[in-house]
Structure formats: C-alpha cells, structure tokens
Design a protein around this ligand. Structure first.
Ligand code: CA
Length: 249
C-alpha cells in the first residue's frame, strides 16, 4: 500500500491552548489524533503522551513475532494493548502527581498493515472513510449523547445541540484500564480516511467535509476544514489527519 497522509491542528478562535495532538508516521503507516482534557496543561500533556506511547508500542508490535496466532488477531489485540498502555501511563502520571490529576484524552488510531486498516478508538474523536463518492463515520462516539442516540432516547439533531454533548463516557487516563474498540477493514486503492477531533466534527457535516476534501489537494483541504470550523465559531481546538490510499501495490 502506498499511503499519502497530511495533518493539521489549530487552536481555534476561543481557546488559549491547543490540547489536541496528532501523529503521522509514514514508515509505520500509523496515524493518530488525540484530544486532551483536564487541568492547567494536563490536556496537552495527556494527548501528547497518548500519541508518543502508541507510537512506541506499535513500533514494538510491528517487530513482534505472532508465533502461532492469527496475524490479524495478533495485530488487533496488539493495537488494543498499545492504546491501553497509553491510558495506563497517563493514569499513572495523573495518580502520582496532584497537578496532573484529572487529565485524560480521547484517541483515534488508524494502522495500515498489508491490505488491512486497524482502526482503534476511545472517546469522541472520529474516523471517517471515503469511498466511491461517499463518506461514512466508522467510529461510534463514546459519549453520553451518542449512547442516548443509539438507545433511541435522543435524535441526531437533539444530540448535536444538547448541552451535555461534550460529556464522554470513555477516555484514556481516567482509569488504569479502558475498553478499546478495534475494527479491521480491508482497504483498496482510492480509499481515504479522515481522523479528527470534535472541534471539526462538531462544526461540519460529513458531506461538507467530503466536498472540501474533494475540492482541494490534501494539505489545502485540511486547511479549509480548519477555516470552516473557525468560521462557525471555532470554540474548540481543531485537528484533521487525512490518509489517501494511492495504490494497492
Ligand atoms: Ca475537543
């Protein structure tokens, strides 16, 4: 697989600090977005720690011998383990030091190995896929409003405006262990992924994101996503990473 990735993060228009972090590791074909929260500078510390720990752990995973295990299962479980290791590390630092207490972060991860994309997430950052002119959100937000929508208690529209829309039900760093959702998807030439924080997905409809991504070269498209999110208020930090599968060789 030949992948071309680009990423951008922006503080937005209202916040003093950017607590989002992202990673593009072309060699490992590893892409991460994390949206940190809590404390004075705890949010940016947590999101950065998530990104660096996942990079280290996935680096080890890719060198590890699966032995008799099914290679896809091995990677799926290994990626969940890598994300959990990041959560445990953040939790450990937060527990040991009162000034870091309460910090945590969401995370979305796309790892491409062979013709498979391993997609992991915790919290309400999102991954979208684009194929054949369509865009689809493939991660289920771990948030109060998204769970209420899934249970039929709120409509999508009510959820979008709900005053508790920012309350997340899972994060890295709040507990020593966290349940990590991991899915495996076959990738093919022409596929695209968008990883983003809620500072973007809360402001633009998926269709609008797709239109911008179609209309511009990747880096300019990412810039346009930020400009649009800012034009609609920019109350939160905004991060977007795009990954294009250029060929399947
Ligand atoms: Ca956010």
């Amino acid at each position: 697989m030949k992948l071309v990735a680009t990423g951008i993060t922006d503080v937005g228009r209202r916040r003093d600090r950017n607590e989002d972090a992202f990673l593009i590791n072309d060699e490992m074909q590893l892409f991460v977005v994390a949206d940190g929260m809590g404390g004075h500078v705890g949010g940016s510390y947590a999101s950065t720690m998530a990104v660096t720990t996942i990079e280290d752990e996935v680096g080890k995973l890719l060198l590890a011998d699966p032995g008799d295990a099914d290679p896809v299962d091995f990677l799926r479980e290994g990626l969940a383990g890598a994300v959990n290791a990041a959560g445990a590390r953040i939790f450990g630092v937060a527990s040991d030091n009162p000034s870091w207490k309460g910090m945590g972060t969401t995370v979305v991860v796309v790892l491409v190995v062979g013709t498979n994309a391993f997609v992991a997430h915790v919290g309400d950052s999102r991954v979208y896929t684009m194929r054949d002119g369509d865009i689809e959100q493939i991660t289920d937000d771990h948030s109060l409003v998204a769970e209420s929508v899934r249970e039929g208690l709120l409509t999508e529209e009510q959820a979008r405006r709900h005053k508790m829309r920012n309350v997340i039900t899972r994060a890295l760093g709040f507990h020593a262990e966290v349940e990590v959702d991991v899915q495996v998807r076959a990738v093919t030439r022409g596929d695209r992924f968008l990883l983003c924080s809620d500072g973007l997905s809360g402001k633009l409809e998926p269709r609008e994101m797709l239109d911008l991504l179609d209309a511009h070269a990747p880096l300019e498209a990412a810039r346009q996503l930020v400009i649009q999110a800012c034009a609609r208020g920019g109350e939160d930090n905004i991060t977007a990473v795009t990954v294009h599968v250029e060929n399947a060789a």
